[in-house]
Write a protein that binds this ligand. Structure first.
Ligand code: CA
Length: 226
């Protein structure tokens, strides 16, 4: 998962980043609100850990900005400001959770995973894809009560595309989400194509899957129209 850490206290930001990287997250850092605003507009993050007290910005404005621009990212507020109003305001305008400083890194991780479970609908009802059904709880792909054998990574790929249905996801976005680190060359980019190709082959043994679309030059999309 892709996380942006917005925190002007550099040592804390770095500490959080090195912890989350060890947990398999891909982390970006922003020490100012302006930098954060630009990064949120350009990159696709799953989470933003947001310190409200920034030198150049009221952190709450970053949430408002993202919501206004329809950017689908989860905010977890981390702040020393214990004021109840800030917390309420933050949750009111769409923050997903709130963690007062100081906090244990393990607790931060637990909060992220709790939000992720809601966001990625882990344990939620099944997702229908054409004639297939994703059993999210059982992490299985079904075709009329029979299990379609796909790998865990293929399931994750399909799941991530399904959650973001009707949006085109670039290869690097898929790669970063599933494998948790950045793409660095053409070889890695082909890697996603190979996974999609294998997946299509497995699906086509059961039924056509026109909903899994290749968007030339960009990436892949699950379309809910077909
Ligand atoms: Ca601060």
């Amino acid at each position: 998962m892709n996380v942006l850490i917005v925190e002007d206290e550099k040592s804390l930001a770095d500490e959080i980043a090195s912890y989350l990287k060890k947990e398999g997250f891909l982390c970006d850092l922003a020490y100012t609100g302006a930098d954060a605003s630009e990064k949120i507009a350009v990159n696709l993050y799953d989470f933003v850990l947001l310190d409200l007290g920034l030198p150049d910005y009221n952190g709450l404005d970053l949430i408002r900005e993202a919501r206004k621009n329809n950017i689908d990212v989860s905010f977890i507020i981390i702040t020393a400001r214990g004021a109840v109003e800030d917390r309420v305001k933050g949750l009111d305008i769409g923050a997903d959770d709130y963690l007062p400083k100081p906090f244990a890194l393990a607790e931060l991780h637990a909060r992220i995973m709790a939000v992720a479970r809601r966001k990625f609908q882990i344990g939620s009802p099944d997702i229908k894809l054409g004639e297939f059904v994703m059993d999210i709880r059982g992490r299985k792909l079904m075709y009329s009560d029979k299990e379609v054998e796909i790998t865990k990574k293929e399931f994750d790929l399909l799941h991530y595309l399904a959650i973001n249905h009707d949006k085109v996801l670039a290869r690097h976005q898929l790669y970063e989400h599933i494998w948790g680190n950045a793409l660095d060359d053409q070889y890695d980019s082909n890697f996603i194509d190979v996974h999609i190709k294998n997946l299509r082959k497995k699906l086509s043994a059961w039924a056509p899957a026109p909903w899994l679309e290749t968007v030339r030059g960009v990436g892949y999309r699950i379309s809910t129209d077909s």
